[in-house]
Design a protein around this ligand. Structure first.
Ligand SMILES: NC(=O)c1ccc[n+]([C@@H]2O[C@H](COP(=O)([O-])OP(=O)(O)OC[C@H]3O[C@@H](n4cnc5c(N)ncnc54)[C@H](O)[C@@H]3O)[C@@H](O)[C@H]2O)c1
Length: 383
């Protein structure tokens, strides 16, 4: 079978840019997909960041101005992983240059930026635009997605989806752009972590009707790394209690994004409780899926399923082994390349990357959450 080569440009070569390049470099880890990415160009204004990419083979073009990357006709799709205040400018430029787009979350620094990006997407229906979100590709996330699609919950009692970090508990941790509103945006931790928490609930169709949010700015300033201090003016923690609906019944949907959740390191927790069944998964114990099926009068007993590396796209890793963050990134990239090469209906498996619509709903939610915190009121959402 001939393999379709998708020439990728990376704009923003930092933490996530390197993850993307690494995923492309170990494509042979996946079973044959009929298509594969090749990183042909990387843009970052920081030469030290670019230097890392000199290790890639074949060697990509390294540029400091993303317009140069976009002017390259050989680049078919662009992955953008830049600070949030640049999303609007760079995503729109990518689409206007005729490039498919995998953009990082939150897909615009705020709601107006997200709307402008979505207008550009609407103006280019010939292009694939998706938002990066890899956690549902963990085997446990895939099990939860399938379980929800099979509606094994009966009536939904409550859904909780949390995304938690803890390194900001240390007040001596130096500041970076993610802790400064002018780069990261007013959403703070919601913009950084929120899509991870809402992706699966939104995919299930559980779009909040309203929200009451409590936001916390725990650490107001941090060392600037140069002997001084800088204002740390982003929300550290966000607790959102929403009302969502399933099958004409409303239920509580609790979304939490926290940079200061003691002891947690990149922990995603999702639990769906229902009258006929409940399911719980956390990346803290990535091999453990907890399930409970219930029939009236029967005993209530949670079962534990030990998951191996059973991924959406088959890999060379035996299912007896474990799955991790970079495996999630590889699986997400497989879904993006699969959809780009074969179309949604021709995908080798059905779970596609987060859509611009899903990202747009997250913006509606986080904007409503800001208002709710400001006013202390429950804020209705349009959706
Ligand atoms: N999916 C995930 O799990 C995940 C994890 C972390 C971050 N992210 C997202 O990825 C994006 C980037 O975050 P990061 O952690 O990689 O940040 P980072 O700071 O490590 O990297 C950002 C890079 O963008 C570069 N940059 C700045 N201005 C630029 C410009 N005009 N053109 C090209 N490059 C430019 C910087 O020099 C830096 O190297 C953000 O949207 C963030 O929310 C996603």
């Amino acid at each position: 079978m001939t393999e379709r080569l998708v020439a990728i440009g990376i704009v923003g070569g930092g933490l996530m840019g390197r993850e993307a390049a690494s995923a492309a470099a170990r494509w042979l880890h996946l079973a044959d997909l009929g298509a594969r990415p090749e990183i042909v160009s990387v843009c970052d204004p920081n030469p030290e960041v670019l230097a890392w990419y000199e290790r890639l083979r074949p060697a990509p073009r390294l540029v400091s101005d993303y317009h140069e990357l976009l002017a390259d006709d050989t680049v078919e799709a662009v992955y953008v992983a830049v600070p949030h205040y640049l999303h609007e400018e760079v995503y729109v430029a990518c689409l206007d240059a005729g490039k498919h787009l995998l953009g990082e979350k939150p897909f615009g620094v705020d709601l107006p930026a997200n709307k402008t990006i979505n207008q550009a997407i609407a103006a280019h229906p010939e292009l694939l635009a998706r938002c990066s979100s890899e956690f549902p590709f963990f085997p446990g996330g895939q099990e939860v997605a399938r379980w929800i699609a099979e509606r094994r919950f009966g009536r939904v009692l409550e859904v909780r989806s949390l995304f938690l970090h803890s390194s900001d508990l240390d007040p001596e941790k130096p500041i970076n752009w993610k802790r400064q509103a002018r780069f990261n945006g007013e959403y703070g931790c919601m913009g950084d972590l929120g899509l991870h928490a809402v992706h699966l609930p939104f995919r299930a169709g559980w779009i909040p009707r309203n929200v009451r949010a409590v936001l916390s700015d725990v650490v107001p300033e941090r060392p600037d790394g140069m002997g001084g201090v800088s204002a740390c003016d982003t929300w550290d923690n966000a607790v959102l209690l929403c009302e969502a609906e399933d099958d004409d019944h409303s239920f509580p949907l609790r979304i939490e994004t926290k940079r200061i959740a003691p002891g947690e390191t990149n922990t995603w927790v999702i639990e769906v409780d229902g009258t006929a069944g409940s399911i719980a998964y956390t990346t803290k114990y990535p091999k453990t899926l907890r399930l409970m099926a219930y029939e009236p009068g029967s005993t209530q007993s949670w079962h534990v399923l030990e998951l191996g590396s059973q991924s959406a796209y088959p890999t060379i890793t035996g299912s007896i082994f474990e799955f991790g963050f970079s495996d999630g990134v590889l699986q997400m990239w497989a879904a993006f390349i699969d959809e780009l090469a074969h179309g949604r209906d021709g995908m080798r498996q059905p779970f596609h990357c987060a859509t611009p619509e899903e990202a747009a709903w997250s913006h509606e939610l986080f904007t409503a959450a800001l208002e709710s915190h400001r006013t202390g009121a429950v804020v209705k959402m349009a959706g």
